[in-house]
Ligand binder design. Structure first.
Ligand SMILES: *Cc1c(COP(=O)(O)O)cnc(C)c1O
Length: 422
């Protein structure tokens, strides 16, 4: 857990200007973290990180990440457009979508983005969408299934996942694209989520390198980049350790030297599309205790809800909770810290040991910088929190305002109710 980047006094000042709830991000933390990631992988001839836009789809964050050399990994047209707004363009954009509408492929093609296909049938679909041609560069998403064919240790249960192509289809797909005149090829896989075991990523690289070599042998093409996906976890719980990316890079480099270099495939770019480990630990949801109740359990009711941060309610995910100004107070109370949704899973913390919480206390929910605000929703007529960032110079600026009732009503036209036609 990272320490909240403002003092109690600074936070008290801030909430006068920006009432709770809100997200706060830490620019310096995000930048330092990206330096760590880049340095770890600087032992490769080429390393690229395409930040998974869905984790924190804010153009100001994307601009910061772009200045750190990141591209963007997108799954939809609005995400592609956000990258454009932030100045992330062309081959800086990886379009890893699934069940993709034709017009989104057209947009990605016209902007020179890298298209990463999720199925073998999408070659024809893409060709048709683009008026009978294919892009110069194509990437395919590999689903290693039970991994018997890859000859590697079993990693998770990819055979139950809807994503990607089978081993045989991968070979076929590259053959087809070669025959169609496609010139540059990538290979992508993503078979984990929030994984903390560093060896997992080394095994994934092994599996991907195996396929790169098989494609070279069986199809006669040299894959130019591999995208090892996202899935790098963060230590949400006390006692968990962050993934040692220097170790991961060193181990993958060993495989690179023994597999890729002898095959004459060097330089092969090593890419990731991580979201969570880049911004997750550097974002906090700040909320206020507005109610308490004492029934069979002790409850603290917050002004934020699961509509602002869905992970605990949806996955039972653990997020550290601290109380501003009470960081060193004894944790001698046990609370359920809850939101206001009419859903009993709307609990930020369940039976958590915390210091005594008083009404008006500012409660900080940690590690909310990825898949936090972006997974929010409007159920129960909840208006989602805004986003602030602490800049490197210490100032705090708003990068997304909170939703208003007008936003909530924006998709409705009330005239039928007021002009008597309904
Ligand atoms: C969600 C996702 C990511 C990012 O995952 P993180 O856990 O945030 O790093 C990357 N690539 C794809 C295809 C995804 O679906």
């Amino acid at each position: 857990m990272n320490t909240f980047p403002l003092t109690h006094e600074q936070l008290l000042e801030l909430v006068k200007k920006y009432p709770t709830p809100f997200y706060l991000y830490d620019e310096k933390g995000i930048r330092d973290n990206m330096h760590y990631f880049k340095n770890a992988f600087s032992i490769f001839p080429e390393f690229r990180e395409y930040f998974a836009v869905k984790a924190l789809p804010n153009p100001y964050i994307l601009k910061i990440l772009k200045s750190e050399g990141c591209g963007g990994d997108c799954s939809s047209l609005p995400e592609l457009m956000l990258c454009d707004k932030a100045g992330i363009a062309g081959k800086g954009v990886m379009f890893t979508s699934n069940e993709t509408p034709a017009e989104e492929y057209v947009y990605a093609y016209e902007h020179g983005d890298i298209i990463n296909l999720d199925d073998i049938t999408h070659i024809e679909y893409l060709k048709k969408a683009l008026g009978g041609k294919l892009p110069d560069t194509i990437c395919f998403r590999y689903n290693p299934g039970p991994l018997k064919e890859g000859g590697n240790a079993i990693i998770g249960k990819p055979e139950e996942a809807k994503y990607g192509l089978t081993y045989k289809q991968m070979i076929e797909a590259y053959k087809t694209c070669k025959a169609e005149g496609v010139k540059h090829f990538g290979l992508h896989t993503m078979v984990a989520s929030n994984e903390l075991n560093p060896d997992f990523f080394v095994d994934t690289a092994h599996l991907v390198f195996d396929l790169v070599l098989d494609v070279q042998k069986q199809v006669g093409i040299n894959i130019e980049f591999v995208d090892l996906g996202g899935g790098v976890g963060i230590p949400y719980r006390p006692g968990q350790k962050k993934v040692d990316l220097e170790y991961v890079a060193r181990e993958i480099r060993k495989l690179y030297d023994s597999m890729i270099v002898p095959a004459g495939l060097d330089p092969l770019a090593i890419c990731f599309e991580c979201g969570r480990p880049i911004t997750g630990p550097y974002g906090w949801l700040v909320t206020k205790a507005v109610h308490e109740k004492h029934i069979y359990r002790e409850y603290i009711g917050c002004d934020a809800s699961m509509a602002d941060l869905m992970r605990p309610g949806m996955y039972g995910a653990y997020h550290e909770v601290t109380v501003s100004g009470k960081e060193n107070a004894p944790k001698d109370h046990v609370y359920d810290v809850v939101g206001s949704l009419c859903e009993n899973c709307d609990k930020f913390a369940v039976q958590r040991k915390l210091p005594k919480i008083d009404i008006g206390d500012l409660i900080i929910i940690h590690d909310a910088g990825a898949h936090g605000r972006s997974m929010g929703f409007n159920y129960n007529g909840k208006l989602r929190a805004g986003e602030l960032i602490k800049r490197c110079d210490g100032s705090v600026v708003q990068i997304r305002r909170r939703e208003t009732i007008e936003d909530y009503f924006a998709t409705l036209d009330f005239t039928g109710l007021t002009d008597g036609s309904w």
